[in-house]
Write a protein that binds this ligand. Sequence first.
Ligand SMILES: [Ca+2]
Ligand SMILES: [Ca+2]
Length: 210
Amino acid sequence: KVHAFQCACPSGFEGSSCEINIDDCALAGPNACESYERCLDGVNNFTCACPIGYGGDRCSVEINECDANPCKNGANCTDGPGNYTCTCHLTVIDITSLIGPKGKFYSGYGGQNCDEDINECEVYTDPPICQSNGLCVNHDGGFQCFCPSSVGGSSFSFGALCESSIEYCDRREHQCRNGATCLNTLVGSECKCAPGYKGELCQIDIDECL
Ligand SMILES: [Ca+2]
Ligand SMILES: [Ca+2]
């Protein structure tokens, strides 16, 4: 009888000299990973080369790309297959009731990750975001309108967008007293006092006895 020998192979190998690295992917079958083609044979095990967006030992886990918090400044994140979508949180300023359908403005951050400042002063030109020829100054995450002191001579503008205007004479602090008449002027207003009164607001009762 020929002297036969048999090696006790370490696990993962076979063959008369244990020279064969067992194909663990073939053992696991066509669904070893997401597919057999993505299976990488190892020694007594296999690993999976997952397609983008999938993970886990068998690539069966759909990665939630939103877990890394890619969306900034209060934006909502929507997970997708291998990607994500940010919905930016924008401040809506609506003055359509004053200037019509073009009077809806969006302020805040834009871009794919909602981390890029929107330059509201440049984005909005027709009409500009600041009404009444107000000066627009952009800043990170917002903007500011500096309202002109005079609109059309006798009124001034106010509001976040300088969207409102009011006659100087309607300003509460400039209300004339004691039956005086308010006159709008180019730089503000003045009070035309009734007889017997004086002062900026005609608040002083003239003492005729002096
Ligand atoms: Ca995903
Ligand atoms: Ca801005």
